[in-house]
Write a protein of this length. Structure first.
Length: 493
């Protein structure tokens, strides 16, 4: 593995430090706005997707999509041009990544599932590693064993520098907080209720009546629909059954309680682990055997040598076939090997595979059948995730009334540039954009790709094609920027 000093030297040689690109960004960071004003771009959502969108809008270019000679020319040109940063606002009821923080803290999750190269900083995929090395936090980068012999053949940029290691959540949150403070924007605390207007003149109306105007809007809303509640459990009252999103069950005295956790994915496993830490006897039940996989989709989707082909094949399919492809690729949930090892070693945990049926509901307990076998539980935690149904999301529901688009499998159909209907400056990113982004749309790697598409659709990188002022055209073809090649040796466009 390369020494951190070599890493810093290489990074400094490839491009400018971020602070040189964001005028007055790091000193003041995001300012608080009371909800009135005209903006170039309005981002709805203060999670990782919203932060990635902010980075893509503010940064003049992404080093990951330029060869070394292109980076040098872009650095020089950016300094000469003194580009004006777009005026951006971010809307969310809570501070940056607050929902993320509460969930990870509540479930006592230490490590991210996504590798260190997957994060909201669009300027440089190596920046999270640099952040860790600069603060002597290499211990916050875990080698999970994800690098198999095939991935080991990637160049040193991918493997040797640690891009496949997993960052701790504490490191990731500190990194995101620092990133948000470095990107100039106004943060509006509130809930977006509706979007009105046309390209170049949108009005974002908040639930309390405040309005903001913006030339372009990016929706980064997170989950694609409501929580899944198995029909067989519909008779169980909310005093005895909680969804994993509802963190109130953690406050109960759970010592020696019998807990049923439903689900076959990582969240179900994390809930089961938390219940075990609280002294519970746990049954983890899923309809199919648990699948072990390092990431939520196959490693090939992260390997830039193969990802382009996967995405090309995906986009050649009709929408209904894309929907099937998404389900097949994600496989209904999976569990990283390190979690499975811990679970299998705990004697207070039992795995069950089969259908769950409620037999009777008592005042303080529930009797159920799991694959025909009787069990008695004090509490049920439903960790079956969310079903895609954009019509159930209030903001999208309002948008469908005024600007209807076709909905396939619960997902809205968007343009290839992630635009809504005939509007050219209203964008959707995150899991809601799965039909146009792919099976990884909701994870950090998919978000990185999606916001690059948005930045190009907004023509924010047009200056890279200016043959007069950018030293003979840094990027000759705007569509090259849509690729995910992270090779520093790619040919100049």
């Amino acid at each position: 593995e390369l020494h951190p000093g070599h890493f810093f030297d290489a990074r400094n040689a490839m491009g400018l430090a971020r602070n040189a690109h964001v005028t007055n960004g790091c000193d003041s960071g995001g300012s608080t706005c009371h909800g009135h004003g005209d903006f170039d771009v309005c981002i709805v959502g203060g999670g990782p997707g919203g932060l990635a969108a902010l980075s893509a809008v503010i940064e003049p270019y992404s080093m990951d999509h330029l060869s070394e000679s292109q980076r040098q020319r872009a650095e020089y040109a950016a300094e000469k041009q003194k580009r004006r940063n777009p005026k951006v606002c971010v809307i969310d009821p809570e501070p940056w990544l607050n929902t993320w923080h509460k969930r990870f803290k509540a479930l006592d999750i230490k490590w991210l599932r996504s590798p260190a190269g997957a994060h909201p900083d669009i300027f440089d995929m190596h920046s999270l590693l640099a952040f860790a090395h600069q603060r002597s936090r290499e211990h916050d980068l875990l080698d999970s064993g994800a690098v198999n012999p095939e991935l080991q053949s990637l160049d040193a940029t991918q493997v040797g520098r640690g891009l496949w290691k997993l960052p701790s959540n504490d490191l990731f949150e500190h990194f995101c907080s620092h990133l948000a403070s470095c990107l100039p924007h106004s943060f509006v605390r509130g809930k977006a209720a509706s979007i009105e207007g046309e390209d170049g003149d949108f009005r974002v109306i908040l639930s309390d009546g405040r309005e903001l105007t913006a030339k372009a809007v990016v929706l980064a809303l997170g989950v694609p629909g409501p929580a899944v509640v198995p029909a067989a459990l519909s008779a169980v009252p909310n005093t005895l059954m909680f969804h994993s999103d509802d963190l109130s069950w953690r406050g109960e005295d759970l010592r020696k309680k019998r807990v049923l956790v439903l689900g076959g994915g990582l969240t179900a496993v994390q809930v089961a682990q938390l219940a075990l830490k609280k002294g519970c006897k746990v049954v983890l039940a899923s309809r199919r055997p648990l699948t072990t996989r390092h990431f939520d989709i196959g490693e090939a989707w992260f390997d830039w040598r193969k990802a382009h082909l996967h995405h090309f094949e995906f986009f050649q399919k009709p929408l209904e076939e894309r929907l099937k492809h998404i389900k097949a690729t994600r496989g209904g949930g999976s569990v990283p090997p390190m979690y499975m090892k811990e679970l299998c070693e705990n004697k207070r945990l039992t795995f069950k595979c089969g259908e769950v049926q409620v037999v009777s509901v008592h005042e303080d307990s529930v009797d159920v059948l799991i694959d025909g076998e009787a069990h008695h539980f004090d509490l049920i935690v439903n960790a079956c995730g969310h079903r895609p149904d954009c019509k159930q999301l209030p903001l999208i529901g309002e948008l469908l009334k005024t600007r209807p688009v076709e909905v396939v499998g619960g997902f809205p159909t968007l343009s290839p540039d992630l635009q809504w209907g005939d509007l050219k400056q209203l964008f959707i990113i995150g899991a809601l954009a799965s039909l146009q982004v792919g099976p990884d749309a909701g994870n950090l790697m998919g978000l990185r790709r999606a916001v690059q598409i948005v930045a190009n659709a907004l023509d924010l990188r047009a200056w890279l094609r200016d043959t007069k002022s950018v030293l003979q055209n840094i990027r000759g073809n705007r569509y090259d920027a849509l690729g995910d090649s992270d090779s520093a040796d790619s040919a100049d466009s």
